[in-house]
Every structure is written in structure tokens, then in C-alpha cells.
Design a protein around this ligand. Structure first.
Ligand SMILES: [Zn+2]
Length: 309
């Protein structure tokens, strides 16, 4: 089962998926949405009208699923997501995860990882909210890590995700920008006996460090090659080709990592949020990558990663 804002679907129904995008980072009031289930109605409708043409265009270009990777703290708006999904036919996957500033863990030092994990387990069991008769369950746990040496607060957060993932089956989508941090995260995950098949290193393509990626892959971890843009077609095509040549093409997830609202407001006529379909796929074919390879990466891989038994 994979959980969308319109309810659970089978993994075969997921289709071509953008695995890491943001609808509108920081655009809405976090506390009232996550804790009180209240949405800023007028603003939600306004943003809906800005984003709907993009979702329709994504559908036309073949996209069937978008994964929202703004956690509650990044102002994930379930109501907006459900409206867009209904009107466009695109599945949108919600998440739970970071809901407040990490500094809270520096103040509440004794709040342990179990307490935090409980909150995410509850989000899954009770649902994040029930809207139009649909109990919306998170499809994954979305967290960040800091740059540089992993802070104590982030260690606690990572441990909590492992507990919640073990209990619910939710995969973990973890933002890691630097190679050194990734090494520390892998060390920590080994210590807490994490099921690496449930862990995605988002932004592995940022440093694209060969040795650390090889270490992550040897554990069974997933890699996010998730910043495909017009000016990085060559970089990403090379990364995908290498994955194919070395046989780990079934462990990578592709996406663009846009803030959809920002792009639509800046250039509605010329938005880049469909470039993966209109530019990247044709470019890769030109460079000799078989269309089937990309199709599997965009369809089969996210279906495997997000599926929960
Ligand atoms: Zn992102």
C-alpha cells in the first residue's frame, strides 16, 4: 500500500513519479495546520489556482505522482494537496516528520527519541487529518540533517525515525547535503540496526561522492538524484548511466526539487517544473540511455521504496 492524499493505492497504481518536490515551502502557518488541523482557506484556494495549471501540465507530460517533501515544518498543506490531486488526477504523497525548529530539542534535552517517535506513529495510525472522508496517512517520514558534524538533536531525530519506521513501515526520507554528514548518518544507522531498505539519502547527488555512495548502497540504502534541472542535464545523465553500468539503477530516485509555487509565480509561462519530462528524458535518450532504464527508475523504484506492506 502507498498512502496518498486521496487514500491508499496499490504500488502498481503509482506510475511515473517525481520523488522529491515542494508545493509551497513555508507558505502557510505550520502550527495551525499540523496541530489544529486548520487551513488558511482563502490562501489555500489562491495557491490552488496558481498550481493547478502546473499539475495539469505534469499530467500531460506523463507524470502520475508527486511526492511532497515539505514536512509539516515546511508547511505541507494537506487540503491544498487533496484539491490539486482531485482536479489533476495526479497522486500526491504526504508525509510526517519535522514539525518544529530543531532548537526545541536543545531546550527539551530530556525529551527522548521515543517521545518523538510516538508522535509520528500516532500520525500514521490516526492519520494526519481526515478531509472529505479520507483519512490521510503519511507515506513517509521526512527529516533533515544539519551541515557538517551531526548535532545531538539530529541524532535524536534520526533515531526516532528508525523507531517510527520499524513500528509503522513508513520509509524515511532524509535530507543530507554533505558527504561527511552522510558517513556519520550511516554509522548511526548501523548502531541502531536500521533497515536500510527503508532509508533514502535525499540529495546524494549534491556531492555525489563515489565512495560514500558505494558504502550506502552496500547497506541497501536508497540514493536521491533529485536536483535534475536544465543546467544539470549532463551531470544527472552521467550519474544515471554510472548507476546502470554498475548495476544499482534499482536503488535511485529521480526528481527536480523545485518549489512549485515560487516557480509558477516567477514565470508561469516558462516554468521549469516539467523539464525532467520535456528535456531530461529526451537528452538521456540522445546520450544512448534506453528509455526502459529511465522508465524503471521513475516508476518501479518509487513504487518499491514507498510501498508499505
Ligand atoms: Zn527538497
Amino acid at each position: 500500500m502507498i498512502y496518498t492524499v486521496r487514500g491508499a493505492i496499490k504500488k502498481e497504481e503509482l506510475g511515473i513519479t517525481l520523488s522529491h518536490e515542494h508545493l509551497y515551502w513555508g507558505g502557510f502557518d505550520v502550527e495551525s495546520m499540523y496541530f489544529e488541523k486548520k487551513y488558511e482557506e482563502e490562501k489555500t484556494v489562491q495557491v490552488y489556482h496558481v498550481l493547478l495549471p502546473l499539475f495539469k501540465k505534469l499530467y500531460q507530460t506523463g507524470c502520475r505522482t508527486v511526492v511532497e517533501t515539505s514536512p509539516p515544518e515546511g508547511s505541507q498543506n494537506l487540503k491544498l494537496m487533496q484539491m490539486l490531486s482531485r482536479a489533476s488526477g495526479i497522486n500526491i504523497l504526504p508525509n510526517t516528520g519535522m514539525a518544529f525548529s530543531t532548537h526545541i530539542y536543545d531546550i527539551h534535552k530530556h525529551a527522548d527519541e521515543m517521545e518523538l517517535a510516538k508522535r509520528w506513529i500516532e500520525d500514521f495510525e490516526k492519520g494526519l487529518d481526515t478531509i472529505n472522508g479520507v483519512t490521510i496517512r503519511p507515506s513517509q517520514i521526512k527529516i533533515f540533517t544539519n551541515r557538517g558534524k551531526l548535532s545531538e538533536a539530529y541524532k535524536k531525530i534520526i533515531k526516532a525515525t528508525v523507531i517510527a519506521s520499524r513500528e509503522t513501515g513508513m520509509p524515511i526520507h532524509c535530507h543530507i547535503l554533505e558527504t561527511g554528514t552522510a558517513e556519520e548518518v550511516i554509522d548511526l544507522l548501523e548502531r541502531v540496526d536500521c533497515n536500510f531498505n527503508k532509508f533514502l539519502w535525499a540529495h546524494a547527488s549534491a556531492d555525489a561522492n563515489k565512495e560514500t555512495m558505494a558504502r550506502a548502497l552496500s547497506k541497501g540504502m536508497w540514493l536521491g538524484f533529485d536536483d535534475v534541472k536544465k543546467d544539470s542535464l549532463q551531470k544527472y545523465c552521467t550519474l544515471v548511466k554510472e548507476a546502470f553500468e554498475k548495476g544499482y539503477q534499482d536503488r535511485i530516485l529521480l526528481s527536480q526539487d523545485y518549489d512549485f509555487y515560487e516557480e509558477m509565480v516567477n514565470s508561469p509561462e516558462n516554468q521549469p517544473c516539467t523539464d525532467l519530462f520535456t528535456d531530461f528524458i529526451p537528452y538521456c535518450e540522445e546520450m544512448g540511455l534506453a528509455p526502459k532504464v529511465l522508465e524503471d527508475i521513475l516508476v518501479k523504484n518509487p513504487a518499491d521504496f514507498f510501498d508499505m506492506e
